[in-house]
Design a protein around this ligand. Structure first.
Ligand SMILES: [Zn+2]
Length: 187
């Protein structure tokens, strides 16, 4: 219950909505940064999630399966409309009317969350070799979520790197492996 509360707050449009009222004394160094406190909250939420499993999962037994289930579990607190393929608004960035498609966690939120938890895991004594947040399965899952959400909303995912090799554009990039498989999507 406390988990739901903290999650729904944490994920409410992650950025600059409401900075919690802090005594603005300019006490440099003593107050943790926003990222650090967010990371700690995420970590506590995840540990609580493991404890709430039946049977509870000790952190030492945690693997990428629990992490994936955790990510799916978070979807119920999501605020991003992701149209299913049968929806008439599928692919429309700004649908003219409401629909019944589910709300999900936005890919960007999940990606940032995994980054924080990955760091927190090692800061809390986990070894990098067994870090479940660094697992390839997580990367694959996030990539699928990203592409699925990009297609559902009709917004092509933009790479952060602005550099686009002109050769791949000219060739049409059929054999291009890294750029998204969205282009080759076959219904
Ligand atoms: Zn829809």
């Amino acid at each position: 219950m406390s988990i739901e509360g903290s999650i729904s707050k944490d994920f409410s449009e992650g950025s600059s909505s409401s900075s919690s009222p802090q005594p603005s004394g300019g006490s440099h160094g003593s107050t943790p940064s926003r990222y650090e406190s967010q990371k700690r909250r995420d970590w506590n939420t995840f540990c609580q999630y493991l404890k709430n499993q039946r049977p509870p999962v000790p952190l030492s037994h945690c693997n990428c399966n629990q992490v994936l289930e955790f990510l799916r579990y978070l979807d119920q607190f999501g605020k991003t409309k992701v149209h299913i393929q049968g929806c008439m608004f599928y692919g429309q960035p700004e649908p003219p009317a409401p629909c019944t498609c589910p709300l999900r966690q936005a890919w960007g939120s999940l990606d940032a969350l995994i980054g924080r938890l990955r760091a927190a895991y090692e800061e809390n004594g986990g070894s990098p070799e067994t870090n479940p947040f660094a697992s390839g399965a997580i990367r694959v899952y996030l990539r699928e979520v990203r592409e699925c959400q990009a297609k559902a909303r009709g917004i092509p995912y933009k790479k952060k790197k602005k550099k686009i090799t002109s050769t791949s554009q000219i060739k049409g990039g059929d054999q291009d492996s890294t750029s998204s498989s969205m282009m080759h999507f076959v219904p």
